[in-house]
Design a protein around this ligand. Structure first.
Ligand code: ATP
Ligand code: MG
Length: 589
């Protein structure tokens, strides 16, 4: 909503985060651990190790803002210590993965501003080595081939309060296990018929340690290894060994992996790592949760597949590609990830904090233009018909180097409907009958009359202008209380503008009620199409991806759907936190 005052500085304090306050960037517990490890090398008289981290997405969906947090953490912790960060496709599950996702992931990480150099890896490329590690476990009596099916295995597993029972196949000899495992690899058995399990402890209080499956049979093609394999390693087996193979020093992951750390370490303890560069260490941090947003890839995929959004890059999606299309900048996403810090316990971050970072960055970089979203025609009766003046407009008050442009002014203009009230309440300072206001970069105008249609709706305003107020100031020093943006009617470009609101009305949509679905709180008004917008003509050459500040109205980015003569823009962000007001009024659910 337009405000009477021009936005001067965008810098109210950023909204705060709920939950445990994370440490400021640079001093969080992960950086402390890394610093302590380097210090211990020095103390022991060793050369300090090279810090190596990795970002290990599973290529089964598009990256989202939660991944951005992990990406920023891994790449910056490595860079701060002169180390490196690998990009590794954690592609051990053939059924849900695809090269489409691999391509989008690399594009998104690069777009965020990070560079993995030559360190681009695939867990699938380690299948042979992982297989040999599995044989090593078998040879050491630490793994066995089990014939229980999935349901029996669940039964044997026990519960949080009850220990599990040992599989009847647990006592197979090393020789029999090796033979069966090789035949599993050779494709002799049907999918799911047998598994390879670690031989640990069925009575462990940590269920993850109750003889977990480390290989399963699955006769499906893999997007990278093709039909070479019909047995695939499980995450807990593949991940720690992939880390060790690559010489990862600090394997940073989210809190849900705390119970898996015991297995991570167990596997590394059982095999000979002496030929490998390092023994990695798993450290968990809190995942990012954002208000009114879901981050589960499964739910995001459903939104796409059920057509509830236009695709993975729908500007309402929390995906990196959606945010890019919406006009969020890499710098603003990085600034956001830094601002939320790294904590050890889960919290919920306000979406407004992300928008704050977006506005803060765009305020510096986005050129200003005038655009009227809900036009109301103004006829300046004492302005000569056919005359056009080209007024100087400032491109960006935050950037003196951005210069000025010419904006045409003529007898017929559009202003924003909500900038006029026929019967204004006390605190309304904008245009009203008999009242004088300033047109941005132009003249003072005074409203002299109102034209209505048969339904009594205002269709046009009649005004006069004061030719002496050129440049926006009155020579006699008289003041006006409002400055309005406007567009010359004869020169205006028409555009389709897509106005976005939150996709979910509930603060924490992931917390679904009994029998409910996350889609129960889908916001029916998350997309509002505006086809009446009028823009100043300088936007005629605007290209997809360019972002502008429409003065007083917010930030808007040209959408790839745009065609010459048919502009389409996405609202990137409002100038102020309008959504908070909508929620406060109870308007959206
Ligand atoms: P899935 O639901 O398929 O397990 P995932 O979101 O965990 O999805 P991965 O591809 O396994 O996706 O994630 C890659 C990395 O990103 C992991 O290290 C994971 O811990 C991290 N990550 C995922 N979601 C978040 C989040 N919301 N906040 C911070 N890090 C995240
Ligand atoms: Mg995961």
């Amino acid at each position: 909503m337009p405000t009477d005052n021009q936005p001067k500085s965008p810098s109210p304090a950023p909204p705060t985060t709920s939950g445990a306050a994370p440490a400021p960037a640079g001093t969080d517990f992960i950086r402390q651990i890394v610093a302590a490890d380097l210090a211990s090398d020095l103390a022991a008289g060793r050369p300090p190790r090279t810090i190596v981290t990795r970002f290990p997405p599973e290529p089964n969906g598009y990256l989202h803002i939660g991944h951005a947090k992990a990406i920023c953490l891994n790449f910056t912790v490595a860079a701060e210590n002169g180390g490196r960060c690998h990009l590794r496709m954690d592609d051990t599950n053939p059924s849900k993965e695809d090269v489409e996702y691999v391509d989008s992931i690399t594009q998104d990480v690069r777009w965020l501003g990070f560079d993995w150099g030559e360190h681009f890896y695939h867990a699938a490329d380690y299948f042979e080595r992982l297989y040999l590690f599995a044989e090593e476990l078998i040879a050491n009596g630490k793994a066995f081939v089990c014939d229980l099916d999935a349901e029996q295995m669940r039964e044997y597993r026990g519960t949080l309060t009850q220990p599990g029972r040992e599989s009847p196949w647990r006592g197979r000899s090393v020789q029999e296990n090796l033979d069966l495992f090789r035949r599993m690899r050779a494709g002799e058995f049907a999918g799911g018929a047998r598994t390879l399990r670690a031989r640990i402890d069925m009575a462990s209080p940590n269920i993850v340690m109750r003889d977990p499956v480390i290989y399963r049979i699955q006769h499906s093609s893999h997007h990278r290894s093709g039909d070479k394999w019909c047995i695939y390693p499980m995450y807990d087996f593949a991940h720690c060994l992939s880390d060790a193979i690559e010489g990862i020093t600090h394997s940073l992951c989210t809190l849900e992996f705390v119970p898996n750390r015991a297995l991570y370490d167990w596997v590394l303890d059982q095999v000979d790592l002496s030929a490998l560069p390092s023994r990695p260490r798993q450290i968990e941090f809190a995942r990012l949760n954002l208000t009114n947003t879901v981050m589960s890839k499964r739910t995001l995929r459903l939104l796409v597949e059920e057509g509830r959004v236009s695709g993975w890059d729908d500007p309402r999606m929390p995906t990196i590609c959606g945010m890019r299309r919406r006009g969020y900048t890499p710098a603003s996403i990085r600034a956001f990830c830094e601002s939320i810090g790294i904590a050890r316990s889960d919290n919920l971050v306000q979406f407004a904090q992300l928008e704050f970072c977006v506005r803060d960055d765009l305020n510096r970089s986005a050129p200003r233009v005038m655009g009227v979203l809900r036009p109301l025609k103004v006829v300046i009766e004492n302005y000569p018909e056919g005359r056009v003046e080209h007024l100087d407009a400032v491109n960006n008050p935050e950037d003196p180097g951005a210069g000025t442009r010419k904006v045409p002014f003529s007898r017929e203009l559009y202003i924003e409907r909500e900038d006029f009230q026929e019967d204004p309440p006390k605190k309304f300072f904008r245009l009203a009958p008999g009242r004088e206001v300033r047109l941005r970069y132009g003249y003072f105008i005074t409203c002299t009359g109102v034209v209505k249609n048969d339904a009594g709706e205002i269709t046009e305003l009649r005004c006069t202008y004061d030719p002496a107020t050129t440049g926006g100031n009155a020579p006699d020093g008289r003041k006006v209380k409002a400055t309005l943006h406007w567009v010359s009617a004869a020169h205006a470009l028409s555009a389709e503008v897509r106005l976005y609101n939150q996709l979910f009305t509930r603060e924490n949509p992931a917390r679904v009620e009994e029998g409910g679905s996350v889609f129960d709180c889908l916001n029916p008004n998350s997309l509002e199409l505006n086809t009446e917008t009028k823009l100043e003509p300088s936007l005629a050459s605007a290209a997809p991806g360019q972002t502008f500040q429409f003065e007083r109205m917010g930030y808007f980015t040209v959408d790839p759907d745009s065609r010459a003569g048919a502009l389409v823009l996405n609202r990137t962000a409002t100038l102020k936190d309008e959504w908070a007001n909508v929620l406060r009024r109870g308007g959206a659910g």
